[in-house]
Design a protein around this ligand. Structure first.
Ligand SMILES: NC(=O)C1=CN([C@@H]2O[C@H](COP(=O)(O)OP(=O)(O)OC[C@H]3O[C@@H](n4cnc5c(N)ncnc54)[C@H](O)[C@@H]3O)[C@@H](O)[C@H]2O)C=CC1
Ligand SMILES: O=C([O-])CC(=O)C(=O)O
Length: 337
């Protein structure tokens, strides 16, 4: 058996964590041979709930879970962690956009960036789930200058999973038959879900999604809107935001970062932009990436339609605006933000 690794989940008493902790502790992210020490970080009013979560984890009798460390102290929560799921933040309510959470949540990610910088392993992989996820990841990284910025990412995997599921249903094939659907830009209603590079296996033959669907107005219209507004649709139905599907997506994201992507396949992650595809530089922008040896690389050289380019420009502009707003909330001149 390998040495145990330390993994922190923030917001550990919340809804997403309730599904996520079980999947992580069961070995679905880091492997069935990787023992885990789980750090559960939340805030003082949630200590009682956290105790209940600790009891339930014990009662799951999970062989890979060697220790659980519940805490409200970031110094303990982030100590020596190899992977961080930053979930803890306020969720939006019906009628809000995710960026309306910025002023409340961005300060959490400043504190957590500072704690990661001081206490985490320098090769820690950080996945920001709390909204607005892209800009929170940017802020978090800015306050953790001793950790490479490539180690910070924001979650758009839930959008990718939603988009893949929509295409599979439209073509009438299993989910596993659909690949390389891309989410570009912000995890917000300006994101661009792009089926233009997608592949699908139909009756044993690989086809482009565009040919298999054969309905351009759907791919540019209802498909895009459904994915962009899916989070809001779940809130309207559940009166709470997506949690089970968000936890599954967080596991998928970290799993692929840890284990790599299969040849020819790519996944979408919010990562530091180098200006690829005319995106604004130095914001956290969701791109298609390939992953090897725990390093992601943006898939370059894809041909984008004029429609796609115009959508990327809209979501890039929003990310630039969020970055400016984050700076004003933090009222700081963080040199690398
Ligand atoms: N990127 C994505 O695709 C998705 C992101 N989200 C976002 O994830 C976040 C969490 O959602 P839920 O689990 O449903 O919310 P929740 O309200 O059920 O749980 C959040 C937890 O975070 C804790 N928390 C607050 N401040 C904290 C801090 N400074 N340190 C540690 N813990 C802290 C709260 O006490 C609470 O237990 C929200 O911001 C939500 O909008 C939700 C779904 C998908
Ligand atoms: O929509 C929300 O506020 C929660 C979320 O990020 C999602 O479900 O994609």
């Amino acid at each position: 058996m390998a040495e145990p690794i330390r993994v922190v989940v923030t917001g550990a008493a919340g809804q997403i964590a309730y599904s996520l902790l079980y999947m992580v502790a069961r070995g679905e992210v880091f492997g069935k041979d990787q023992p885990i020490i789980l750090h559960l970080l939340d805030i003082p009013p949630m200590v009682g709930v956290l105790e209940g979560v600790v009891m339930e984890l014990a009662d799951c009798a999970l062989p890979l879970l060697v220790e659980v460390v519940p805490t409200t102290d970031p110094a303990v929560g982030f100590k020596d962690v190899s992977a961080a799921f930053l979930v803890g933040a306020m969720p939006r309510k019906e009628g809000m956009e995710r960026k309306d959470l910025l002023s409340a949540n961005v300060k959490i990610f400043r504190t957590q960036g500072q704690a990661l910088d001081k206490f985490a392993k320098k090769d820690v992989k950080v996945l920001v789930v709390g909204n607005p996820a892209n800009t929170n990841a940017l802020v978090c990284s800015s306050y953790a200058p001793s950790i490479p910025r490539e180690n910070f990412s924001a979650m758009t995997r839930l959008d990718q999973n939603r988009a893949t599921s929509q295409i599979a249903a439209k073509v009438g094939v299993p989910i596993s038959a659909v690949n390389n659907i891309i989410i570009w830009g912000n995890h917000s209603s300006t994101q661009y879900p792009d089926a233009g590079q997608g592949k699908v296996v139909v009756n044993g033959a690989v086809k482009s999604v565009v040919d298999a669907v054969n309905d351009a107005s759907y791919l540019q219209g209802a498909f895009v809107e459904t994915v962009q507004k899916r989070g809001a649709a779940v809130i309207a139905a559940r009166k709470m935001s997506s949690a089970m599907s968000a936890a599954k997506a967080a596991c998928d994201h970290m799993h692929d970062w840890w284990n790599g992507t299969a040849p020819g396949k790519f996944v979408s992650m919010g990562v530091f932009s180098d200006g690829s595809y005319n995106s604004p530089k130095d914001v956290i922008f969701s791109f298609p990436v390939e992953i090897k040896n725990k390093q992601w690389k943006i898939v370059e050289g894809l041909t984008l339609s004029d429609f796609a380019k115009s959508k990327l420009s809209i979501t890039g502009k929003e990310l630039q605006e969020e970055k400016d707003e984050a700076l004003s909330v933090l009222d700081s001149n963080v040199s690398n933000l």
